[in-house]
Design a protein around this ligand. Sequence first.
Ligand code: ADP
Length: 246
Amino acid sequence: MRLQDKVAIVTGGGSGFGAGIARKFAAEGARVVVADINGEAAAGIADQLGGMAVQADVSDADSVRAMVADVTQRFGRIDIMVNNAGVTHLPGPMEEITEDDFDRVMAVNCKSIYLIAREIVPLMKQAGTGAIVNVASTAGVSPRPNLNWYNASKGWLITATKAMAVELAPFGIRVNALNPVAGETPLLKSFMGQDTPEIRAKFLSTIPIGRFSTPEDMGNAACFLASDEASMITGVAMEVDGGRCI
Ligand code: ADP
């Protein structure tokens, strides 16, 4: 039980990687809060895990404030924060991505990190401990064509992770990132544009291990970074990508 009694929020926990992370955390003894803009999805996963569900939009300051207040009211603290909620725009030439899509990607993938940090960092500083795991992407290390502004948002997240890590280390707070390659989740279709056997095979051919990342892969990696086993590890962006970024 590597996360026994730790209070952990997982954003975007209602689906895909986030649900895999929430499952693994619960299996390791954590009290898991599944936060998602899709309240039904959050409740579905939380029910399976005996966890708490919160409907929250991570790009909205009031919603983030309410989420953190709900969790601290119930548990009195937050030990682990997994910033996993993310969106992409449909693939396309960079000059054709709409301003609305650009703004949405930046708000959900980047601004949310600031909004959440504003609420949880003071609590973690007061506690003198905390672990933050940001779910970035291989796209932030090795951008693919046509995912332009999504790639850039994940590059921002990797740098934000390092900036947070160096500033928060003296307070006992560790901050790391995970860089998954695409998973077999609803986001995959957005990455590929169309889900045809040919496009899927082409996508897979770029991953040396020959398969997509799974929610279990992400749960295992996030659990390690969030646990005391990683007590000397901060500011890393760890690939969970079957070798795609080699
Ligand atoms: P992934 O491959 O990253 O797991 P998914 O689309 O399966 O992709 O999961 C992303 C999750 O993030 C979804 O459950 C979605 O509802 C959630 N999400 C998207 N935008 C927000 C947001 N603004 N606030 C909270 N959760 C969000």
